[in-house]
Structures are given as C-alpha cells and as structure tokens.
Write a protein of this length. Structure first.
Length: 132
C-alpha cells in the first residue's frame, strides 16, 4: 500500500485523518485499517468490473450492490453519496462510502464537484465519528 497524501483534522481532543492510498484497497493490511473506504460508482451502477475497486471488493467477498440495498445513510440527493452499514467481513475497514456521479450535477460531473461532495459527506463523521 502506498500513501499518496493525507490530511489531519483536529476536533476537540481527537485527530481524524483522511488518507489517499494506492494499492489493493480491497485487501488493506491490518496495520492500515480504516473506518471508511471510499469507492466511486456511476448512478445506481455497482457492476463489479475487472479493473474497478467495486470488482476487487466483490472478489474479496463484499458486494457493493448488497451494501447499496441496505444503506445506513443515504446522502445521494445532498452529496451524491451513501454510507454503508458496518461491513464486518473481516476486511480492514468498517464502512463503505460510495460516491455516485449523476445525482446532483448531471451525467458529466467534474472532478471538483465530486471531490466537494465527498468531503461534505465525510465532514460530520470527521468530527463526531461514524454511526455504529
């Protein structure tokens, strides 16, 4: 796993961290476990293709389609994303945050708009923690 960038956010007595990693994210090592794994998808399209993270998660035994059927928090209308219930499959992340293009900005969403939605969706959890 290669760390490309990270950001630390202090709130109260806690420090929250956002990391941009490169590697097989479906098989994070235990020493790099995270609370949330962010995946991207087209609107309502969770097809596990060969070269995608959704495909790698499927091969590791976790269906994003199944997670989408039981969302813990649906933020698609506000932030083009949703948060899964805890995954618990022995994987080294607790939740999946799926950012979906096409919800708020039309079919041709810019990277800036997607990034903006991603950080807005994460903001409440960076300070208060994730729902259990």
């Amino acid at each position: 796993m290669r760390l490309l960038a990270d950001w630390s956010i202090r709130h109260g007595g806690a420090t929250r961290k956002v990391e941009l990693l490169q590697g097989d994210l479906a098989r994070l090592p235990a020493d790099q476990s995270v609370d949330v794994l962010v995946v991207s998808a087209f609107q309502n399209d969770y097809l596990p293709t060969q070269g995608s993270l959704i495909g790698a998660l499927d091969r590791a035994g976790l269906s994003v389609q199944d997670l989408a059927s039981h969302k813990q928090v649906d933020l698609r209308q506000s932030y083009s994303s949703w948060l899964s219930a805890p995954v618990g499959n022995g994987l080294n992340f607790r939740h999946v945050l799926c950012i979906e293009t096409g919800w708020r900005h039309g079919k041709s969403t810019s990277r800036a708009a997607i990034t903006d939605d991603l950080f807005r969706a994460l903001a409440p959890y960076l300070t208060d923690g994730l729902p259990e």
